[in-house]
Each structure stands twice: as C-alpha cells, then as structure tokens.
Ligand binder design. Structure first.
Ligand code: GDP
Ligand code: ZN
Length: 364
C-alpha cells in the first residue's frame, strides 16, 4: 500500500499541490519521481524535482503528435533509474497554450501547460491597439488561464487623467479582466502585479518591445533573460546551461517565459473569442433568430445595440474579424488529423483509467 506523501516543500514553490499529488499517486507507486518541466530542448527536458533539476529524455511520451509532446510547465513522472532517464508520462493538463504553426498543415503547437495567469503586456509608449489586445485575450481565455492586462511604461504617461482614459479604453475591450499599470523604471505598480502573480503559474504575452523582458527581470529580481539570450548567441554549452523557462518567483508564484509564447496566433480559439466579447454574446441571446449572423436580420439585438450606441462599432468589427480568422484556421486544419487527435485522446484516457483501476485493485 502506497500513500501519497505530504507535498514536498521543494516542489510546492513550483506549484505542486494535493491535487497533483493525488493524480500522481499511481506513478509514485511505480517508484517514479514527480517533477515540473522547466525547459524543453529537442527531445530532452530539464525537470525540477524535490532532489534538484534533472535532465530527462522525452522519447517515451509520443513525440509525433504536436499536442502531446512534453512542454514547459508540464508535471511529469520521471524514471530515476537508468541512463538516460526517461519521462514516463505527463499529468493531465489543467490549462494549455496552443498556437497555430505557420506550416501548411495548420496543426497546433503546444507552448506551455498548467498556466493560471496570462499577463498581457501592452506598452503605453505607443498608441493602444485594442484589436491586438483582444487577440491576446482570446488566446489567453482559450488556454484556460485567467488574463490580466498590464499597461507597461506608465512613467511615460505622467498625466493621471490621460492614464485613467487609457485604462478605461482597455477595460471596455476586456470585460471581466483586471487592468493594471506598471513602470519597471520607477517601480510603480510592481507590488500589485507581484501580489497578483504570487499564487499559481503565469506567462507573459505581448508584442515585441512591450516591456516583457524588463518586467520579467523586475519580477525575478535578476537579469536571467538577458543572460540566456547572450548564451544562445554563441551557441556554446547548449547541454550544460542551466537556464530555465520556468522559475519560482521570489514573491511567490511561478513564471513561465519562453520566446515561443511571445508571437502568437489563434488556434481554434472560438470559446476564447466568445469570452473576450462576452457583452456581444450576451446581446446575441436576445436576437430573434437563434443562428442570427448580426448582419441584416430583423430583431437583431446586436445591431440594435450598435444603433443605440451601446455597442461600439469597433468592438463588433473586431469580434467579426477574430471569428472569421478562427474559422479559417479551423477549416485549414486537416480534418482527418483533428479526428485522429480526438480518437487518440479518448483511447489514451481510457487506457489511463484502466491502468489506475488495475493499480487500485492491486493495492487492496
Ligand atoms: P520585450 O520585447 O517585450 O521583452 O520588451 P523589453 O523588456 O525589451 O523592453 C523594450 C524597451 O522598453 C526597452 O528599451 C526598455 O528599456 C523599455 N522599457 C521597458 N520597461 C519600461 C518602463 O517601465 N519605462 C520605460 N520608460 N521604458 C521601459
Ligand atoms: Zn443578431
């Protein structure tokens, strides 16, 4: 009889909790070690365990399926014996960031797993692009993470009234989403952000130049990212560097920061788009026709709100644009591949349940 031991404190700072421990119990019974993936690199990954960071091979976990490869943020079961060490399985993901690849077959690519907060960094140094913010919000909601918009470089907008206007504009484009302002230069707002990110796992999203690296360094209290960039340039010591894409923050919480997460496209994010435009989806429930396209139909509540000025035209345009874009991505994706993915998930799920059941019986 093996019972789950108390949460190892070394892993607690990486987000390990009782629920993960419960899920992990059958693997623990097999003598496997729990750990969280801090970095993935061509078939290998670095896993932080209660005994420190170990390098493990991911070949055991089906590598041909782009959504089933091990990614940063995954909780995995590592076989501590043997050379190389192997990741035997990853635990079911609570949330996952998936983006469309630019390849012809528009398969999704998994970027990060088990993320609780998606920080969308938006620079106040340039004109606000609300459409871009909405796109990031859709991606965040779709992943299962809760978005937070962080307006960076607030020191460049010294007039409080102007700043309040900008915050208000973003808030109307982000219903139900906290909007914070920070300045990494003078430290304003960093305490609030640190508190928001103090529990759970976060990622930083946003356009290049939005201030993500600066923000990450301020949160970490060190220049980890710059150091990493410098090492990547000379290409040396690839297998000896200890840089991580996932870090426990000094103020609590975990930060995942991978370059791949920074430029994003939607991937089957229909639910996410709906959440970004929740006020439009609510209005649509009042349309006379169930399948109203809000184009010219009689009794359309969305068009009525547009006419009365309750709904800004920009919001409706943006909604339509993201909906269209998403439909295009879904249509482009090979239907056969998608069907296979679903079948594979179902089969693996059934196998997993059977294995757990068999173990349970063995314990009694
Ligand atoms: P990233 O591409 O999103 O990682 O953006 P960076 O962190 O590299 O920042 C882009 C530029 O914005 C750099 O020149 C930073 O010095 C500048 N920057 C970042 N944060 C602030 C800030 O709080 N205030 C001001 N004035 N500039 C900032
Ligand atoms: Zn309608």
């Amino acid at each position: 009889m093996t019972s789950t031991s108390a949460v190892p404190s070394a892993l607690a700072s990486y987000g390990w909790d009782d629920d993960w421990a419960d899920t992990f119990a059958p693997y623990a019974a097999d003598g496997l070690l729990p750990g969280r993936v801090v970095r993935v690199d061509r078939g290998q990954c670095d896993v932080v365990t209660a005994d420190g960071v170990i390098r493990a091979d991911t070949a055991f976990v089906t590598p041909h399926d782009p959504l089933r490869v091990v990614c940063t943020g995954d909780w995995v079961a590592v076989d501590p014996a043997g050379t190389p060490r192997y990741v035997r399985a990853y635990l079911p993901r609570r949330t996952a960031f998936v983006r469309s690849t630019s390849s012809k077959r528009s398969d999704g690519q998994i970027l990060a797993a088990n993320v609780d907060h998606a920080v969308i960094a938006v620079s106040l140094a340039v004109e606000l692009d609300l459409g871009r913010i909405e796109r990031f919000l859709a991606l965040a909601w779709e992943s299962g993470a809760a978005p937070v918009v962080v307006l960076t470089k607030a020191d460049l907008v010294p007039d409080p009234a102007t700043l309040a206007h900008l915050v208000h504009d973003v808030e109307t484009s982000a219903p139900g989403v906290p909007v914070l302002t920070v300045s990494a230069h003078d430290g304003d707002g960093l305490d609030v952000l640190t508190a928001v990110l103090g529990t759970g796992t976060s990622v930083l999203l946003g356009q290049s130049g939005a201030g993500k690296s600066t923000l990450a360094n301020a949160l970490k209290g060190e220049d980890v990212l710059t150091v990493q960039a410098a090492r990547d340039v000379d290409g040396k010591g690839r297998h000896t560097t200890t840089t991580r894409n996932l870090l426990a923050l000094p103020g609590g919480g975990v930060l995942i920061d991978t370059p791949g997460l920074r430029g994003v496209g939607l991937y089957d994010a229909d639910t996410g788009v709906g959440q970004v435009f929740s006020e439009i989806e609510e209005l649509a429930e009042g349309c006379r026709f169930h399948d109203c396209a809000h184009e010219a139909e009689p009794g359309c509540a969305v068009l009525a709100a547009l006419d009365s000025g309750d709904l800004p035209a920009r919001r409706l345009d943006s909604y339509r644009k993201l909906k269209r874009e998403n439909q295009w991505i879904v249509a482009k994706t090979d239907a056969r591949v998608r069907a296979e993915l679903r079948r594979d998930w179902k089969r693996k799920g059934a196998e997993g349940r059977a294995a757990v059941e068999a173990k349970r019986k063995g314990w009694r």
